[in-house]
Design a protein around this ligand. Structure first.
Ligand code: PMP
Length: 391
């Protein structure tokens, strides 16, 4: 097995575990590091899963694609949220969105294929691509300063070998959402050049800024080229349950099904029953979470200057902040900030080597603790800006 050097550790997890260790020693750490919502999995979901655990079939092997009932429910959800007409046979339920993503990459990439990745990107994308196909060629396209996509740059990087465009909106780590114009331009390129799009829409229920979410699944001409991945970790705070799904054309679903069949058999049955309840049940927890996100973005706008917060969070729960005026590398910044101010953040370099000028902040702490952390962040940046100017 070829493990390329790019397949490193997840640095965001490392900083989060430093914070957890300090918390264990009763040192109160404000957590801007982790990618997990602060609410617990809603009780009706837990109850549904517990109930299913009492029943024999949900403790046994089941269909590698996932329970039909759940796939049906996902297709209803996709119609409601994204106007996608999906046949349940085009859905595979997986242990987490990571696995849906990995199966998507495994089923599309061959040696020497080129894949477009927008940088910064979710920490697992590059490792997952190289694990799926060690001889894939990654074309990293740097997002503009306001985190929009440079469509000309994208066009310049398309060749006859481009197999996949990997995209995520709402975006981790920037909180940016793609516009309809960007979405349509990308779709047009994919259709013209026969390129797959893997669209990671894990944050599509966390759109709180008034901007509309534009997924790719509703574009009819893309039907044979689009793979949408999504799941339950964020919107229902089910990170540890490990459940997600991919929606894909039949030939790819068949490949994914075979991989799942021979490596994992199926996603756990009683967890799938919890996921059905998540989709059918009450979503009031999300209304609360999203309205708090609006509050938190207001707090950031109040305390952080525009050169630091170049683009306020539009969806999802991350913000990517420019710390270049402090003169610190992103690793040094995160290490010094947690040491001096007891606030955990993630260094930008974890999301792309061009982003050592940034840090990622998660908007997950409750509003009051969040405000406290942002006030500390603003004064920490201004302290190091002054030191940097003197040097
Ligand atoms: N995609 C993105 C953009 C993410 O932020 C995450 C989790 N942080 C995942 C995929 C993985 O999700 P899961 O935990 O369901 O595997």
């Amino acid at each position: 097995m070829i493990i390329r050097p790019e397949i490193g550790e997840d640095v965001t997890m490392e900083f989060a575990s430093v914070a957890r260790e300090m918390n264990k020693k009763n040192i109160d750490i404000i957590s801007f590091g982790l990618g997990e919502p602060d609410f617990s999995t809603p009780k009706h979901i837990i109850d549904a899963s517990k109930k299913a655990l009492d029943k024999d079939p949900y403790r046994r092997y089941s269909n590698p694609l996932g329970l039909y009932e759940l796939r049906k429910e996902i297709s209803i959800r996709e119609k409601r949220v994204n106007k996608n007409e999906i046949n349940p046979e085009n859905i595979i339920v997986t242990p987490g969105v990571k696995q849906a993503l990995f199966l998507s990459l495994l089923s599309t990439l061959e040696p020497e294929d080129e894949i477009i990745n927008f940088s910064p990107s979710y920490v697992c994308y590059i490792p997952d691509i190289y694990l799926a196909e060690p001889n894939a060629v990654i074309k990293n396209i740097k997002l503009k300063n306001d985190f929009t996509i440079d469509i000309d740059e994208l066009k310049n990087n398309i060749t006859d070998k481009t197999k996949v465009i990997l995209i995520n909106s709402p975006h981790n780590p920037t909180g940016k959402m793609i516009s309809k114009i960007e979405r349509d331009e990308i779709a047009k390129i994919a259709i013209e050049k026969n390129i797959y799009i893997i669209s990671d829409e894990i944050y599509d229920l966390m759109c709180f800024s008034g901007k509309e979410h534009f997924g790719f699944g509703s574009i009819n001409e893309l039907k044979d080229l689009i793979i949408t991945v999504n799941g339950f970790s964020k919107a229902y705070s089910m990170t540890g349950w490990r459940i997600g799904y991919a929606i894909a054309p039949a030939h790819l679903i068949n490949t994914m099904r075979k991989i799942q069949l021979h490596t994992n058999t199926n996603t756990c049955g009683f967890i799938q029953m919890g996921a059905i309840e998540a989709l059918r049940g009450n979503h009031s927890h999300l209304t609360k979470f999203n309205s708090e996100l609006i509050e938190k973005v207001k707090i950031m706008t109040k305390y952080l200057s525009k050169d630091v917060m170049t683009s306020p969070t539009e969806g999802g729960f991350f913000s990517f902040l420019n710390i270049s005026k402090t003169g610190l590398s992103s690793n040094a910044f995160s290490a010094q900030f947690i040491k001096e101010c007891r606030v955990a953040t993630s260094p930008g370099i974890a999301f792309g080597k061009e982003w050592d000028t940034h840090i990622r902040v998660s908007l997950i702490e409750n509003v009051e603790r969040f405000r406290k952390g942002i006030v500390k962040l603003a004064s920490f940046i201004s302290k190091y800006e002054k030191i940097n100017k003197r040097i």
